[in-house]
Ligand binder design. Structure first.
Ligand code: AAL
Length: 395
């Protein structure tokens, strides 16, 4: 009797039996968290292959064009930047995110103007650059439409030796916090290629995006301790405001003498823009990607994961900004993208997404590259537009 009563009691209490919840198509077979997945009733009532099950459980929508975090990307040449005929003596790369202030758009970037193109570490001198980002300063430009830009000149020059960044200041990104502006950047103390790339993050601040910028003069995100994944470099600092704090995502790479780089992203948070920054205990939080490009999305954070790693060319989402899941797979993603993110610093709980920004392209001469150019990308990773295949973006 006891054997017969127990299942009956379970049905009364939970409305189902074990057998029912383990049906092959049940939602109990969801493989991941983060999205509100439901297997459709139209799926056949028989076991599903791993690929089919994944299509309904691992992505926000079963068709990419219905997935708000899927987009193609289109590109447009920018007007207003001179490259000396492309002879490699002028380079612009690694743009910040774009902000709108004083009635115009602003972007900051690595600017190199040297007597020769990069010559590699061996031949580099006080004036000859080793790599495209050696002997660079941080410049900025403004625009009314995002296509034609007016270069405004230097924002953060490299300081005199031996201050942080004396060899090169590069790869900057902008934060607006309590009415002030902060530029975070890589501070090189040696030429790139001579382990100068093992650099930490420095910061300068200003009351206006037009400056003048004051260098804080101290490292704000230091390299990890010996043996840590980020011991050799803290690159591509990328600030957002989330959960009342400053979230800076960054790239490091398990690098080191003779090691193959495996690039991943970490997170450091702070209550004050000048620190102290606390590195997240679960770092690295993204297992792939190269330069950092993230934006507030709904309650959490979305990331463009470009170029390197098993999960390259994906868009990922983490409701907590830490535990990222693949939301979409795409291609031709913008390199080193700096999107225009209207709600980057508003601590939104409903991030609206992005539709355009500035990225860079490098040419294929040597590892050091001749020079890079800035260009505009357009996409639909937005809650407010629905044009993921970019049919209406015929620029
Ligand atoms: C990039 C970035 C960082 C690296 C170098 C310049 O695109 O990841 O900035 O240090 O390459």
């Amino acid at each position: 009797l006891r054997n017969a009563l127990l299942p009956l009691l379970l049905i009364l209490l939970f409305g189902c039996t074990d057998r029912e919840t383990s049906e092959p198509n049940s939602n109990a077979d969801r493989v991941t968290g983060g999205f509100p997945f439901v297997l459709p009733d139209t799926l056949p009532d028989r076991p599903l292959s791993a690929a089919l099950k994944r299509n309904y459980t691992a992505y926000p929508a079963p068709r990419p064009e219905e997935n708000e975090l899927y987009s193609q990307f289109k590109y447009t040449e920018l007007k207003g930047f001179d490259y000396n005929g492309g002879d490699g003596t002028i380079s612009r790369r690694d743009p910040s995110k774009v902000i709108f202030a004083n009635g115009k758009y602003y972007v900051w970037y690595t600017h190199r103007h040297t007597p020769t193109p990069p010559q590699g570490a061996e031949k580099s001198t006080e004036t000859i650059p080793s790599s495209d980002w050696d002997l660079a300063d941080i410049w900025y430009a403004t625009s009314e439409d995002g296509f034609t830009w007016t270069e405004q000149g230097v924002a953060v020059p490299r300081p005199p030796k031996p201050q942080v960044g004396w060899r090169s200041v590069t790869t900057t990104d902008i934060l607006e916090w309590a009415g002030k502006y902060y530029l975070y950047y890589q501070g090189f103390m040696e030429a790139s290629g001579k382990r100068g790339d093992d650099c930490p993050v420095a910061v300068s601040y200003a009351d206006s995006p037009d400056g003048p910028w004051t260098a804080h003069g101290e490292v704000v995100i230091p390299n990890g301790a010996a043996g840590e994944w980020d011991q050799y470099s803290i690159h591509d600092p990328y600030p957002l405001v989330h959960d009342g704090k400053i979230y800076i995502y960054y790239k490091s790479d398990f690098g080191g003498e003779g090691k193959k780089l495996v690039r991943m992203h970490g997170l450091a948070t702070a209550d004050d823009p000048l620190g102290p920054f606390t590195k997240h205990p679960l770092n690295p939080v993204l297992n792939s990607g190269h330069e950092t490009t993230l934006f507030p999305w709904k309650e959490g954070i979305a990331a463009l994961v470009i170029k390197d790693g098993n999960e390259h060319f994906t868009v990922q989402y983490a409701e907590d900004g830490v535990n990222f899941e693949i939301a979409a797979i795409t291609d031709l993603m913008p390199t080193a993208a700096g999107p225009f993110i209207p709600d980057a610093f508003t601590d939104t709980k409903d991030g609206r997404g992005i539709t355009w920004g500035i990225a860079h392209l490098t040419n294929a001469t040597t590892w050091a590259h001749n020079h890079a150019v800035l260009l505009r990308f357009d996409c639909d990773l937005s809650q407010d537009v629905h044009d993921p295949d970019m049919k209406n973006h015929n620029y």
